[in-house]
Design a protein around this ligand. Structure first.
Ligand code: HEC
Length: 195
């Protein structure tokens, strides 16, 4: 790979192959981002929101699931609830700020403490980093067909397949008939070819 053109081609092809995979994958977060979510955001969601916005909720409210990264990204009945980097445009932040009379979360005068609201705002400003890769919602909506899976060849017990019997006389006879001159005796050939 000495020529610069080849190198360039390899780079372009490499990138072309890489970009779609990178988009689909879970973003790699820094330790600080994961730590921020785990210590300041996840407990807030669990304690104050899961009752109505998780797969475990009796009835999921507003079509919004906050117990998975996918749920947060997808948003609720009215669409995305987070605009990464922009708390003021994020419905989730509007809701916890209690400024909009029509959407106050958690409801019933249970406004979160100011420092918690500030953490949520900070989280959205950071781009809403969310290290969760799977969760309760994923489990609730995905039911594996175990019976079908069991039929996959890889899960079947190893068996010794039956091999069809081959008639020795057939082989022997064809060998004899191919002998030029036909001086070989039938007996010696049969013995040789079957040992
Ligand atoms: C007691 C149940 C309950 C709890 C707890 C609760 N919510 Fe809600 N939430 C609702 C209901 C009901 C709706 C539907 C809109 C409405 O009727 O106000 C909703 C809707 C929302 C919406 C709007 C979704 C959309 O697309 O319209 C957001 C954002 C939201 N909740 C965020 C939160 C957050 C964040 C928490 C935790 C801090 C939380 N909620 C806690 C009941 C709850």
């Amino acid at each position: 790979m000495k020529s610069p053109q080849l190198l360039l081609l390899a780079t372009v092809l490499g990138l072309a192959g890489f970009i779609p995979t990178a988009r689909a994958a879970v973003p790699i977060l820094t330790a600080a981002e994961s730590e921020f979510f785990e210590s300041k955001i996840r407990p807030v969601f669990v304690e104050n929101c899961y009752k109505c916005h998780s797969a475990g909720a009796e009835k999921i409210k507003g079509g919004l699931l906050l117990d998975t990264r996918e749920g947060v990204l997808k948003g609720g009945n009215t669409g995305p609830v987070i605009v990464p980097g922009n708390p003021d445009k994020s419905l989730l932040i509007t809701a916890v700020r209690y400024k909009d009379k029509d959407l106050q979360m958690p409801p019933s005068d249970k406004k979160l403490p100011d420092n918690v609201i500030a953490d949520l705002e900070q989280w959205v400003r950071m781009g809403a980093p969310d290290p969760r890769t799977e969760g309760a919602s994923a489990k609730a909506t995905y039911a594996a067909d175990i019976e079908k899976a069991k039929k996959h060849w890889a899960y079947k017990p190893v068996v010794k397949p039956s091999v069809p019997e081959i008639s020795r006389s057939v082989i022997s006879r064809s060998v004899i008939s191919n002998q030029p001159g036909g001086t070989v005796t039938t007996d010696s050939l049969i013995t040789d070819s079957t040992q």
